[in-house]
Design a protein around this ligand. Structure first.
Ligand SMILES: [Zn+2]
Ligand SMILES: [Zn+2]
Ligand SMILES: [Zn+2]
Length: 374
């Protein structure tokens, strides 16, 4: 009889192996930040994603498939290592199930290699991503795949794209394209050729991203002409507004999914409500000698708030008079204010204080006045 390693020990090794494999396949933020990802370990071979997005992901998906297919074999080798007498020399005495397990573990990397070899022929022309690119511009079929890929690559390099998600699922939306990068696949659809629908939402009370929990939205993306298969994206509700702003394709919410506002959005509404009850600051361009300019933070809205110490007498209390001219809009000032409060206790935000973004004079909500042009 062969000496057997205790079941407990095999169980512990199995648990550790499964845990490490899971961290490798779906890396949490800490693991990804430490660089233990395929993208980072094989960065030299993969090239630069920003220079050639398509070629990068053709290589990355192939490599990921191959490396992940090695994991069961790695487990088998580990078992052989911890008890060579049982698994290596006594292989034929193992149960049929275990023998089949080993056969599968060996055949997985073999089949993935054959598959990748097939994809890589003719300069990766048979890779699923290249095949998808072929169908992306049905009206311009005489365009080569390289031209389509080049167009998408160029848009993905622009700074104004929508970018969300992490390692195992990234969503990017450019002026014309919606791109979802998954572990083994990349889905691409032209904005003019798809309809998005808000499918469902999940609440996650425990989250590393926010102490208030997060709402994850599932959005289905359906190509109109059925040239590609539909896919779905998962999105933090915090990013929903930004996605809508970037989308040209219709986004329907037929199921009336309620998208939770972010805490900052809720606070902005409450902040504006309180400020609406404060006295207004009359501003005259002729008297002041200058015009109101765009808000310094968003550069979109006109600056429309002035800080005037109203909460107490001149030298009383914590607040100080600010002598800056109106430079910010109300929404941006409220975000500035909320970012300077205790993030773990939202109930005290409205009673808090912050420094003026320019001169640092302390102010509270009672000191924020809407500007009225006269
Ligand atoms: Zn602003
Ligand atoms: Zn100031
Ligand atoms: Zn005050």
């Amino acid at each position: 009889m062969y000496q057997q390693v205790g079941l407990d020990q095999v169980g512990i090794y199995t648990l550790i192996y499964c845990f490490l494999s899971l961290c490798f396949v779906v890396p949490p933020k800490e693991v990804a930040a430490a660089g233990i990802t395929i993208q980072n370990l094989f960065a030299a071979w993969l090239g630069d994603e920003t220079i050639n997005f398509m070629k990068y992901h053709i290589k990355r998906t192939s490599l990921t498939l191959f490396i992940h297919s090695l994991l069961p074999l790695g487990y088998g080798l580990m078992l052989m290592y911890i008890n060579p007498k049982l698994y290596l020399f006594g292989f034929f005495e193992l149960s049929l199930l275990k023998q089949l397990g080993y056969a599968a573990a060996i055949s997985l990397p073999f089949s993935s290699s054959v598959c990748i070899f097939f994809w890589s022929r003719d300069n990766w022309m048979h890779h699923p991503l290249t095949q998808k690119l072929k169908h992306l511009m049905p009206t311009e079929r005489n365009h080569s795949v390289d031209i389509v890929a080049g167009t998408i690559n160029a848009e993905l390099r622009r700074p104004n794209l929508f970018n969300s998600g992490h390692y195992s699922q990234k969503v990017r939306v450019t002026d014309n394209w919606i791109v979802k990068v998954g572990t083994y696949t990349v889905d691409i659809v032209h904005q003019a050729n798809c309809v998005l629908s808000l499918h469902s939402s999940e609440e996650h009370t425990l989250s590393e991203e926010s102490p208030y929990g997060v709402q994850i939205l599932q959005i289905d993306v359906r190509p109109v002409d059925n040239s590609q298969r539909p896919f779905s994206i998962r999105l933090n509700s915090v990013d929903y507004g930004e996605l809508r702003a970037k989308l040209q394709a219709p986004l329907v919410n037929a199921r009336n999914v309620v998208v939770r506002q972010t805490v900052t959005e809720q606070f902005t509404a409450a902040f504006a409500d309180v400020v609406g009850h404060n006295i207004v600051y009359n501003f005259s361009a002729a008297e002041s000698g200058f015009q109101l300019e765009s808000c310094l933070a968003c550069m979109q809205a006109t600056a429309d708030v002035k800080l005037v110490k109203l909460c107490a007498e001149e030298q009383e209390g914590e607040c100080r008079q600010c002598y800056c001219r109106p430079l910010w809009c109300l929404a941006c000032l409220s975000k500035w204010f909320s970012a300077r409060q205790d993030q773990s206790d939202t109930s005290r935000w409205l009673s808090g204080t912050a420094g003026c973004p320019m001169c640092r004079a302390v102010f509270c909500v009672a000191d924020v006045c809407k500007v009225r042009q006269i």
